[in-house]
Write a protein that binds this ligand. Structure first.
Ligand SMILES: [Zn+2]
Ligand SMILES: [Zn+2]
Length: 265
């Protein structure tokens, strides 16, 4: 008998996404029925001439449908990096941007892209186990709809329409975000920096409440340390991480200092 055959059926979620305005024209979208290890934050930022959507969740529910009522201007959807919990819904949007160094992974989606932790690289599972909590095999506790194919789900590969490089600007009219190439978690990880407000959208480069993951298959601890040193030099005010809560400058400096204290480079 297979595991799938023994498993009781999951309930269907009343609503897949949670959408919450967090201030400064920024809305957070999360997936409450996804296990916290892969429950990422997507950020919708509203400018006078366009919307910036940073990350798009797992692709289990239809994010474009959820946001349809909010998207009254052109949207650029950006993947902060190539991990499946961040770009799953990217293909639902017409303009899709990412850094080239993670592009091949996003465009082929050949990394661990299922909802079963058993398919993940041992290094990822080991890191979480070392942090004190084993990763459960099944990463959702409800279905987005009764027809959802839990065992057949794979993060869809996505064609990128705009390649982002360090120093690029994403112009939203009255707001503008600078692309910072911040490798280490993955080679093509990026952060987005708005100098006017001191807002940093940081992907998995800088998160609160979870370990900074630098032992994944394409991670580089040395690059990670260099990226964090760069972020520490910014006049940060508010950080919108790829997981966990919004946090401020002091907490950002604590997290960076903790990481650098343990880094060998
Ligand atoms: Zn990641
Ligand atoms: Zn992540």
């Amino acid at each position: 008998m297979t595991y799938a055959a023994r498993r009781p059926p999951l309930p269907v979620a009343e609503r897949w996404f949670d959408v919450c305005e967090v201030g400064d024209g920024i809305t957070r979208i999360t997936e409450p029925h996804v296990h916290p290890y892969v429950r990422s934050n997507a950020w919708l930022i509203c400018g006078s001439t366009g919307h910036l959507l940073v990350d798009t969740g797992l692709g289990v529910g239809r994010l474009a449908d959820e946001l349809a009522g909010l998207l009254d201007r052109p949207v650029i959807a950006v993947a902060t990096h190539s991990h499946f919990d961040h770009f799953g819904g990217l293909g639902e949007f017409a303009e899709r941007a990412a850094h080239r160094d993670d592009g091949a992974v996003i465009e082929t989606a050949e990394d661990y892209v299922t909802l079963r932790a058993a398919t993940y690289p041992a290094a990822l599972v080991d890191e979480f186990e070392a942090a004190g909590e084993p990763v459960p095999d099944l990463l959702i506790d409800a279905l987005p709809g009764s027809a959802f194919d839990l065992d057949g789900f794979r993060t869809p590969p996505v064609g990128i329409t705009r390649w982002l490089a360090d120093g690029d600007q994403i112009d939203l009219g009255d707001r503008s975000f600078l692309v910072l190439h911040s490798p280490g978690h993955s080679p093509g990880s990026i952060c987005l920096w708005e100098a006017r407000s001191g807002a940093l959208v940081s992907g998995d480069v800088l998160v609160d409440g979870e370990p900074l993951l630098d032992q994944l298959p394409r991670s580089s601890p040395a690059d990670f340390a260099g990226s964090l040193r760069q972020l520490a030099d910014l006049p940060l005010r508010t950080v919108y991480g790829g997981h966990g809560p919004v946090f401020g400058r002091n907490r950002a400096h604590e997290i960076i200092a903790d990481y650098l204290a343990g880094a060998s480079t």
